[in-house]
Design a protein around this ligand. Structure first.
Ligand SMILES: [Zn+2]
Length: 291
């Protein structure tokens, strides 16, 4: 016999809408979806070294998990729309981390083509709304994504958006995060922020040696540095920032912050609101042909 709480739990489970994953649907089911009321979430991030203490899937896992969590919230918050989670694409452009084993870097044109072919394969059947979820912020990677999105928007009547680039480069995280007492702007790669995130999401994947790692700082966006790899810059362990400060409470905050960003971006995209753009210097940078 079921207890009252058990019965309640089953009821709650039944009410909770399942996350719809594209790979589990037949073409018939996909064809029956409303073109006007379906949003596709496309997670895409490369395997990339993140220091001696974090898995190479740090960006990939984060993009995938936050997209999934955002859909869970949207299913409740705006149930009149359908949200489809696409299989996460484990690729990106990662020049900066390319001299460490485990980093899998595709060239910018390949990223552009992947984004374009994925989106256009659905857009040619009339689907309209796409949210690209990436957690890898290297300008060359964003360049590939933005070129792919641009090409698809020119050919099809779609609405497509990538929220993390504008969020990151407009320094939204520093404006919103809890006060920590140190300069988090320097936490660029595998440092406090990402180590905290992984300690929250996947504590068993974080090597305990993170506590002994020294703080290492370098400005990744100075002109002297652009286009160089970590090893060329003397970053021999592949991280920038202070991993030893990692804290899973901050990780939880940061995870939820990214989820909320996806939730509001999906709604604003659907409602045709103006969405934040990449700041001008980054736009110009990714336009330069040197990439
Ligand atoms: Zn990362």
């Amino acid at each position: 016999m079921k207890t009252k709480t058990e019965a309640k739990k089953t009821l709650k489970k039944k009410k909770e809408k399942k996350i719809i994953q594209l790979e589990e649907l037949s073409w018939k089911k996909i064809d029956s979806l409303s073109r006007e009321k379906t949003i596709f979430f496309l997670p895409i991030s490369p395997m990339e070294e993140h220091g001696p203490h974090l898995p190479v899937g740090t960006d990939f896992l984060t993009a995938k998990d936050t997209a999934k969590e955002a859909i869970k919230i949207l299913n409740k918050k705006k149930p009149d729309l359908t949200y489809i989670l696409m299989p996460a694409i484990p690729l990106g452009y990662s020049k900066v981390g390319s001299d460490f084993p485990g980093t899998i870097s595709a060239d910018i044109k390949t990223i552009k083509n992947i984004v374009y072919s994925t989106v256009s394969s659905l857009a040619k059947h009339g689907f309209k709304y796409f949210l690209v979820c990436t957690y890898h912020m290297e300008p060359g990677h964003l360049k590939g994504i933005y070129l792919g999105m641009k090409k698809a928007s020119r050919k099809y009547d779609i609405k497509i958006y990538e929220p993390s680039g504008p969020y990151f480069y407009n320094k939204e995280v520093e404006k919103r995060e809890p006060k920590l007492g140190f300069d988090t702007q320097k936490e660029l790669h595998g440092g406090f922020r990402e180590t905290s995130l992984m300690k929250y999401q996947y504590p068993y994947l974080v090597d305990e040696n993170y506590k002994e790692l020294q703080s290492i700082y370098i400005d990744l966006y100075s002109p002297r540095v652009i286009g160089k790899t970590f090893k060329q810059l003397g970053i021999k362990d592949g991280y920038i920032g202070s991993p030893a400060r990692a804290d899973s409470d901050y990780g939880r905050w940061f995870f939820q912050e990214t989820v909320n960003l996806y939730v509001r971006s999906a709604i604003d995209l659907y409602e045709g609101k103006k969405l934040p753009e990449l700041p001008r210097p980054i736009k110009l940078l990714i336009k330069t042909p040197s990439f």
